[in-house]
Design a protein around this ligand. Structure first.
Ligand code: K3U
Ligand code: ZN
Length: 158
């Protein structure tokens, strides 16, 4: 179990645009180790997602792990999905305003408008391309985590 320190609002790493994972890094021990440490950290902190910059690695890697919770009792339970170099191909015009939290912004929550449905392209740890649709809370987490890759915190969207 490798639980990493989570960067907090105000630290420079959270304002950077993260670097694309290179072809040579797919399938590497380094990428698997990063993913494992991110997963351990997210589970330890009981988060529903995490982005590599939050653990001081400025690379385009996120994990999304929707589950029902007090705020979103109807959220789907999904096995954690690791996404490398994720990009939003299309976002619905319909937006939903709902509450978010962030492991990097302790003790603050706020309502953020996000697209209800998104179509995302990402790569697996092995470099396989995946195109997938996400809705509702899962779509919200993906958008929140991609924001982290672009140096944006949810507090900038309030
Ligand atoms: O566990 C959290 C949570 C918050 C609201 C609903 C359900 C759970 C803490 S915040 C969290 O998990 C962030 C993860 C972060 F910080 F790495 F980005 C993900 C997130 C939570 C809620 C909405 C959007 C994204
Ligand atoms: Zn966050």
């Amino acid at each position: 179990m490798t639980v990493l320190t989570v960067a907090k609002q105000g630290e420079a790493i959270l304002g950077l645009v993260a670097t694309t994972v290179a072809d040579s890094e797919f399938g590497s021990e380094w990428l698997y180790q990063l993913n494992k440490a991110m997963m351990d950290t997210m589970l330890d902190r009981q988060g529903v997602g995490i982005a590599a910059p939050q653990v001081y690695i400025s690379k385009r890697v996120i994990i999304v792990a929707s589950r029902p919770n007090l705020r979103y009792p109807d959220a789907p339970f999904m096995e954690p999905v690791s996404m490398v170099n994720p990009e939003i191909l299309h976002a619905s015009e319909t937006q939903v305003q709902e509450e978010e939290g962030c492991l990097s912004v302790p003790d603050q929550r706020g309502k953020v408008a996000r697209a209800q449905d998104i179509w995302v392209r990402y790569y697996t740890m092995e470099g396989a391309q995946v195109d997938a649709e996400f809705s509702g809370f899962a779509a919200r987490i993906v958008q929140h985590e991609i924001d982290h890759l672009n140096g944006i915190l949810f507090t900038e969207r309030l």
